[in-house]
Design a protein around this ligand. Sequence first.
Ligand SMILES: [Mg+2]
Length: 314
Amino acid sequence: MELIHQLNILVIDDDKLMRNVLAAMIIDNGHLPLVASGYEQALSLLNHHKVDLILMDVEMPDIDGFVLTRMIREMHSAWIPIIFLSANDSEAYLARGIDAGGDDYLTKPVKEVILAAKIRAMARIASMKDQLEILNRKLEKLTNIDSLTNVMNRRALEETLINEWAISQRQKSELSILMIDIDFFKAYNDHYGHQQGDKCLIAFAQTIKSQLNRETDRLARYGGEEFVVVLPFTSLEGAIFKANEIILALKEKQIPHQYSSVAPYITVSIGVSSTRLAAESVHELVSQADIALYQAKQSGRNCCEIFEENTVIL
Ligand SMILES: [Mg+2]
């Protein structure tokens, strides 16, 4: 099925009669014409309108169609198909047009049936290009999202951390992170099975997410049952407060876990670190949170601990 796609077609021609003839043909074929008599008008229209296709006269005073095409290609990063119109039908001339950045060539006088066919071909390409862009955006989103829990994946987390670290360094603002690990999750999987384990992770991620109210706060799955919360512009005290809110939210949520030694429901251990604790790199910030998480596990789980220097890992 061919998509009917109404195009905005820009006609650039110094000949008024030619402009009118082409505009009429464009309307006949169900599209919208925009007309320009020279380069200034053409560039201005291009800056103010969405243009899907350009019909470009080659022979024009001041700036000819080949030069104007090069200018447009330099100024506009988005690809707009350009079809040249010329009375000159030599092969060398056609090659010059393609080299200048044109996509096709029509000789004058223009036959309506040929023009209509070329517009259809270009419309098809334009619509494929649109679909490709939509797919690319979807793909980009997919590569940043953990498919099970629908939160950021580790790859996106690393990017986010690098960005947020740079912002906090530049603005001298505090950046805090929480490293979160579900307590006795292996026992959960062993007893309830992996399918239930997956369901648990989904419910868990939703519970944590519901505790993040600011748009800048981000949740990521670090791997397995480990998650990271990134808290830009957040003090160490603010991060501890958030960690305790998460612990409390899980207590209220009561996702059953009969095989946990801490509580009959899903609990977490949380390691807290912040740029205030003098990490020298984003990697150090993460490893500080990891060390604090280890401390929280040592302290009996279902709690949060702050990174402290000289922590001895047993
Ligand atoms: Mg001309």
